[in-house]
Design a protein around this ligand. Structure first.
Ligand code: BGC
Length: 823
């Protein structure tokens, strides 16, 4: 197996001057060169967000021009545009690229506006860009000599506040090193933006925003309000810019600029003196018409800006908020080094995407974060990989995020009814309203043509929702959640899958047909592409699992008969019994070697020589596209893009899977598990970043070296852009969360089931110790794991005792206890 480019090959990490060396180099991602062709990727890697909104790490003086792409996105803000592709009218729902708040440009003595790209190598004297993930700050410093020989140094710092998610701030310092003269600074908001981050989407119409209001709020403040075309969401951005020379704020020559097509700015001209910095401080506030407890987006942004303190004060609050977040989420690794940096970096981006002080934003977990426009910002099943990261640390975020699904139960129920089924059919790709927004065509860059996309047949997405809801209940014991949103989700999903199951009296077995499993290389049988497959093992086994949890949920509801939940769900007499029957008699197909078959007929497909394709094409992750270009189809072969059967061993422990299959009337001896892992490891192209998470997990107790290699790939999914160019359109949130989860939950062997917290540690030799925090049933635990010992410290408090099982030995842990277990 070829290793990915070394972690951080194209980047370097350095101590921040404010921190002790050794510590800081695991928290700062730094670049000391400017490479235009890498810029798009760096913008995604250096994006800043706070759960409410996010902005790519684009330079403040640039605009979308092929090198730079200053995108800004608000969680849950989507719009639909209909474009004509060929002769077909195609509606597309996209996470809207919002007005750009970054612009701070400057020019010296009436010359050209400064542009980094206009400099040649000899003119750029120094460059450095740093993403400080401990404090959530993006910095850039550069020194240049212009064509008249003047040397100027520029430094900028920016952040999107974690303390007040509606606020961002930037400070740009321009130092005339060896000259004096007038400098003009332009600071504004640009609403003339479109969605054009993804070249494959070119044939679409991308403009979503219509300017509504452009206003000068004060001599130093401007407001821009825009509205999205179809969803009619108002987005308001207000900006205040103060310019100081040295220590004094100047009321300089000033001009208000407004462009009807959607841009506002202030221009300031000041007299600069050699060695005296010109400090530009820009504070920005934002709001949308989706916000609650506000009169209007524009009013809120205006009031918030008026009340906003200085950059320095905002920064203090922001840093404190990050400190609090890291106290819960940081994972310490010994020895540290590049892996520790990658872990911090990945956790940082997940937290940035999901955490917001007001978490209940009615936004799901977008697969590519608030970092770019890949997959149009849609929500997939990726949450399955993300919830453990959140639930085990800040459990209250999970029901708020699951509420995104709960609010869309109506749409999912209507979709199921339209398809002739009961319950709720959650869509493979979800956006604002919860209807299915999966595109029906996929662009193949190899043929430069569109091919049919049937991935909407991945009905399993609902199973992930129900699984996550139950896991949250297991880990928190939150009865209120289970009685309400939890029961609604679990029961609706169970009903849908129960109604998909068709009984075959001859075999006395149920089957589910016409679905796709997580492996996207099989959308049907070779002779019937696009019609789905029968008895996909992931779908069927997880259906059995969810049906059992639905029965357990009904059992809990019955024990609380006074609660409305019971009546609301209208559980029909005999319904749980019917679920039990289906769960016990769903079909699981096995291959001749005893391994689990991905679906009925999988082993009859042709084998394929993957090495031959590797030799011809290099990276074959997207073999489906390669085969399509060769007028062939992945449906014909025993090859998978990503784990499907193997997902079962990721979501369930081997014991739980064996038990579940036993209840379904099948045996899964240990050698069958080994054969299953081997079979699908050798026939996978690892075409999704999720693959590495799952394979690392599966190999952790089998082949630690291999597991470690997969973990390194997972850690560097985006840092090394292992898919060769996808990071520039957004980071891979599930792989990022999965990498942290791997190091904590997998190495500590954590499971939550049967009202107990289980540990079964197994660390790779490369790691000496891991330290992290988790919350289980209200107890805040600090976990230290070394090769020889597991130590659990529970914080003092009133939390009830918990049951913990370490390698089979059960103990009770009370708040304030310190326990050590020899391994
Ligand atoms: C994967 C899916 C995943 C999606 C979004 C695809 O490439 O095959 O499993 O949900 O990316 O991350």
């Amino acid at each position: 197996m070829a290793l990915p480019p070394a972690l951080g090959e194209r980047l370097c990490s350095v101590p921040h001057p404010d921190h002790a060396p050794g510590d800081a180099d695991t928290w700062v991602l730094a670049f000391d060169d400017y490479v235009p062709s890498d810029e798009g990727t760096r913008e995604a890697l250096c994006a800043l967000a706070n759960g409410y909104w996010g902005t790519r790490g684009a330079a403040e003086e640039c605009w979308a021009d092929g090198v730079h792409y200053p995108g800004t996105y608000f969680a849950g803000v989507y719009d639909v545009v209909t474009s004509t592709v060929g002769d077909v009218r195609v509606p597309d729902e996209e996470m809207v690229n919002a007005p750009n708040w970054l612009p701070v440009q400057f020019r010296l003595d009436g010359g050209d506006w400064f542009r980094l790209d206009a400099l040649d190598d000899s003119e750029l004297l120094a460059f450095r860009q740093e993403l400080d993930v401990r404090h959530g700050i993006l910095r850039r410093s550069l020194t240049f000599r212009d064509d008249t020989g003047r040397v100027t140094a520029v430094r900028s710092d920016r952040f999107l506040s974690q303390a007040d998610p509606h606020v961002a701030a930037m400070r740009v310092s321009i130092v005339p090193v060896d000259w004096s003269g007038p400098v003009t600074v332009r600071s504004g908001i640009d609403g003339r933006v479109s969605n054009s981050n993804v070249p494959d989407h070119q044939p679409r119409t991308h403009r979503h925003l219509r300017p509504v209001e452009l206003r000068e709020l004060a001599p130093d403040a401007v407001l821009l309000e825009a509205e999205t075309e179809r969803s009619a969401i108002r987005i308001a951005v207000a900006a205040r810019t103060r310019v100081a020379v040295g220590d004094s704020v100047v009321s300089s020559r000033r001009e208000f600029l407004s462009h009807e097509d959607g841009a506002v700015a202030h221009e300031f001209t000041v007299e600069a003196a050699a060695g005296v910095p010109i400090e530009v401080e820009k504070v920005v506030s934002v709001g949308t018409s989706r916000d609650r407890a506000v009169l209007s987006a524009a009013d809120d942004a205006t009031d918030r800006l008026a009340a906003a303190p200085t950059f320095a004060e905002l920064l203090r609050e922001h840093e404190l908020a990050w400190e609090r977040l890291w106290a819960e989420f940081a994972v310490e690794l010994h020895p540290s080094g590049d892996h520790a940096l990658a872990l911090h970096f990945n956790a940082f981006h997940v937290l940035q995407t999901l955490n917001a002080v007001d978490a209940d934003l009615d936004a799901g977990i977008p697969a590519r974060g608030l970092h770019g426009e890949a997959y149009d910002g849609h929500v997939f099943w990726d949450e399955v990989f993300v919830y453990p990261f959140i639930t085990l640390r800040r459990p209250r975020l999970t029901p708020a995020l699951l509420a995104y699904r709960h609010r869309r139960l109506g749409a999912a129920t209507a979709a199921a009814a339209r398809a002739g089924h009961a319950g709720a059919m959650f869509p493979w790709q979800s956006g604002i309203a919860g209807d299915d927004v999966t595109p029906r065509r996929l662009f193949n860059p190899l043929t430069e043509d569109w091919m049919p996309d049937h991935s909407h047949l991945q009905r399993h997405v609902g199973l992930g929702v129900a699984y996550s809801a139950w896991q949250y209940y297991e880990s928190t014991g939150d009865l209120q959640f289970l009685l309400h949103d939890g029961a609604d989700l679990i029961v609706a999903v169970a009903r849908f899958f129960a109604s998909l199951a068709v009984y075959d009296p001859e075999r006395d077995r149920y089957s589910i047909d016409h679905v796709m499993g997580p492996d996207e290389f099989h959308d049907g049988y070779p002779e019937r592409p696009g019609e789905g497959v029968k008895d996909n093992v992931y779908t069927n086994v997880m259906t059995a699992w969810v049906l059992r949890r639905a029965i357990a949920t009904v059992d809990v509801l019955q024990r609380h008969p006074g609660r409305l939940a019971w009546r609301r769900l209208e559980i029909a007499p005999g319904e749980p019994e019917a679920w039990a029957r289906i769960a016990a008699r769903l079909t699981v197909v096995f291959n001749d070697d005893g391994s689990l078959s991905q679906f009925d007929g999988y082993q009859e497909l042709e084998p394929i020589d993957l090495d031959a394709y590797r030799r011809r094409y290099g990276w074959i992750g997207r073999l489906d596209l390669i085969l399509n270009a060769e007028h062939d189809s992945s449906n014909r072969y025993q090859v998978s893009k990503q784990p499907d059967a193997l997902m079962l061993l990721y979501l369930l422990s081997a014991e739980e899977l064996r038990e579940l299959l036993g209840e379904m009337g099948y045996e899964l001896p240990p050698e069958a598990i080994v054969r299953t892992v081997e079979r699908y490891s050798t026939t996978s192209t690892y075409g999704s970043t999720l693959s590495n998470v799952v394979h690392s997990w599966l190999e952790a107790r089998r082949d630690r070296e291999r597991s470690w290699e997969f973990l390194q790939r997972t850690l560097s999914s985006d840092l090394s852009d292992i898919q060769g160019g996808t990071t520039r359109q957004g980071v891979h949130i599930a792989a990022m969360a999965g990498s942290v989860d791997m190091v904590t939950r997998c190495y500590a062997g954590i499971e939550m089931r049967e009202d107990r917290l289980w540990f079964h540690p197994g660390m790779p030799a490369e790691i000496e110790a891991i330290k992290f925090h988790l919350v289980y049933r209200d107890q805040a635990l600090s976990v230290r794991l070394s090769q020889h010992e597991l130590r659990i410290d529970s914080a003092e408090g009133d939390a009830a005792p918990i049951r913990v099982v370490v390698d089979g030995d059960e103990v009770e842990i009370r708040a304030g206890d310190e326990r050590r277990f020899a391994l």
